[in-house]
Design a protein around this ligand. Structure first.
Ligand SMILES: [Zn+2]
Length: 497
């Protein structure tokens, strides 16, 4: 059926890297600590204990809410979400229900606004550890009470690619704001997707929400959990689109349920019927007062955000001001470290070349993504031996034709071996300065012509592609220093004779 449109919404949980947990003073960093050692009566939910809210977690929530254009609810409430599961020591989770911290936000992806319904704060659960070949499971409560932000988008995304782009951009923002490490493999950013297929003539988008047309019915949606990577998200969405399409093509109904992603088999598998809100018996958390956010706090958040250029804005500026491609800008803005490296590089180039900085910046961008990243990962760019100063000097030397691009690679290699040397020192030491002396190149050209009479005859008989062979010979004899354009010109002239 060609008239079916995928309708996708995302639910994203983000672990905040606050110092202490959300409602107690336990250390929020349990990395490398023994199970059940970072716990206290409050996060274990012992009777008679009272939670008190961690201000830093609210501050982080407000930072993200403002960065994503949310309307901040200056009075919000906490609620209890009741369910039984062994990793939930209290038997309920403290979350926000009717009044989240933020409502109606959005994130712009490729010029398209993805509307986000809500942003709320809640606490994380513990972890169950299922040991292979044993008849029991273990539980670790170190994570219980870690502050989380939950984001819920409107069902407004229409492809797996767009869903991934949204999550990748969000991950960058979380890292720029420094409120979460957002490593998916560590569970610091966890994704769930709601997926359905709808007939195009069965509904209209009213703002970001789906409104069913009279006489039509919407198909059920499926929620997919256990998405531990962007790749898993993309594959699971595409798998569900295909699975649901087949069901609907056969005239059957898609069952509303929760499914898990099986990483090894690349399929989604049914887990359970979706619980409805009433089954969680939400009610106001009696142990916490309403959360008031005053104007002064919002102003403080705004001032803090004004100092941070977010990845989308940064990538756009690089493209506009320095002629970088969208892909380059997107890649280099991934980590705050790679972004800082790029900014420093561009600043040096801009200041040293107020007239023609764009041309050099483009060259530097190409060398950065194609050559420098051969020596280090994007994540480690800021600590790699080739500093922004080195790359800026190298790009300027290439643009001014002080050295050829062949020898540019020799310079990079040398910097990696010893980054105490400047580009100028390396060019000097290795005698890499480009040869622009036409007499010297003419001499080389004549030697080569004398040495390869067969190739010369073939060239003169019309095999013009051999010119590249002769240029290669000149580059070899000049140890990569001959100006290649000049070499071409001279060879064309000499070969005519
Ligand atoms: Zn605790």
């Amino acid at each position: 059926m060609k008239d079916l449109l995928p309708i996708i919404g995302l639910e994203i949980h983000i672990e905040l890297k606050t110092q202490s947990k959300m409602f107690c003073r336990c250390d929020n960093n349990a990395t490398g600590k023994k199970a059940n050692t970072v716990v206290c009566p409050i996060c274990l939910g012992h009777p008679g204990t009272l939670p008190s809210l961690n201000k830093q977690s609210v501050h982080y929530g407000l930072l993200l809410a403002q960065a994503l254009n949310f309307k901040i609810n200056q009075v919000s409430f906490f609620a209890r979400k009741n369910y039984f599961y062994p990793d939930l020591p209290k038997g309920y989770q403290i979350t926000q229900s009717d009044t989240p911290l933020g409502s109606q936000g959005y994130l712009t992806i490729n010029g398209h606004q993805i509307a986000i319904e809500r942003l709320h704060l809640e606490e994380d659960t513990g972890k169950l550890i299922h040991e292979a070949n044993s008849n029991h499971s273990l539980v670790d409560y170190n994570r219980a009470g870690t502050p989380l932000i939950e984001l819920v988008t409107y069902p407004i995304i229409t492809s797996a690619v767009e869903a991934c782009r949204f999550c990748q951009e969000l991950q960058k923002i979380l890292r720029y704001l420094n409120i979460s490490n957002a490593n998916m493999e560590q569970g610091e950013m966890r994704l769930e997707a709601n997926i359905s297929l709808q007939k195009k003539d069965a509904f209209d988008f009213v703002g970001p929400t789906l409104k069913v047309r009279p006489g039509h019915q919407l198909n059920h949606k499926v929620e997919v959990k256990n998405l531990n990577s962007f790749k898993a998200l993309e594959r699971a969405i595409n798998y569900e689109i295909e699975r649901q399409r087949q069901i609907l093509d056969n005239g059957a109904m898609v069952v509303a349920e929760t499914r898990g992603w099986d990483e090894t088999k690349n399929v989604t598998v049914s887990q359970r019927r979706k619980e409805t809100a009433t089954e969680y018996r939400y009610f106001s958390e009696p142990d916490l007062p309403p959360l008031y956010i005053d104007d002064a706090w919002l102003l403080e958040i705004k001032q803090e955000l004004d100092k941070i250029e977010l990845p989308g804005a940064k990538a756009e500026r690089w493209q506009k001001d320095y002629g970088w491609s969208a892909d380059q800008a997107d890649l280099l803005s991934t980590y705050s470290g790679s972004a800082a490296y790029s900014d420093e590089l561009l600043t040096i180039i801009h200041q040293a070349n107020p007239e023609n900085y764009q041309e050099i910046a483009r060259l530097a961008g190409n060398w950065l993504t194609s050559e420098v990243l051969k020596y280090c990962s994007l994540k480690d760019l800021s600590s790699n031996p080739i500093t922004p100063r080195h790359l800026a000097d190298l790009s300027m030397a290439l643009a001014n034709k002080t050295i050829t691009s062949t020898n540019g690679q020799v310079v990079l290699q040398k910097i990696v071996e010893n980054n105490k040397l400047s580009v100028a020192e390396i060019v000097e030491q290795l005698d890499l300065k480009q040869v622009d002396d036409s007499q010297e190149i003419i001499k080389l050209a004549r030697e080569i012509i004398a040495q390869y009479p067969e190739q010369v005859a073939a060239y003169r008989a019309g095999k013009l592609a051999l010119l590249q062979f002769f240029i290669g010979q000149i580059m070899r004899r000049s140890k990569g220093k001959a100006n290649p354009e000049l070499a071409r010109e001279i060879l064309e002239k000499e070969l005519k004779n």
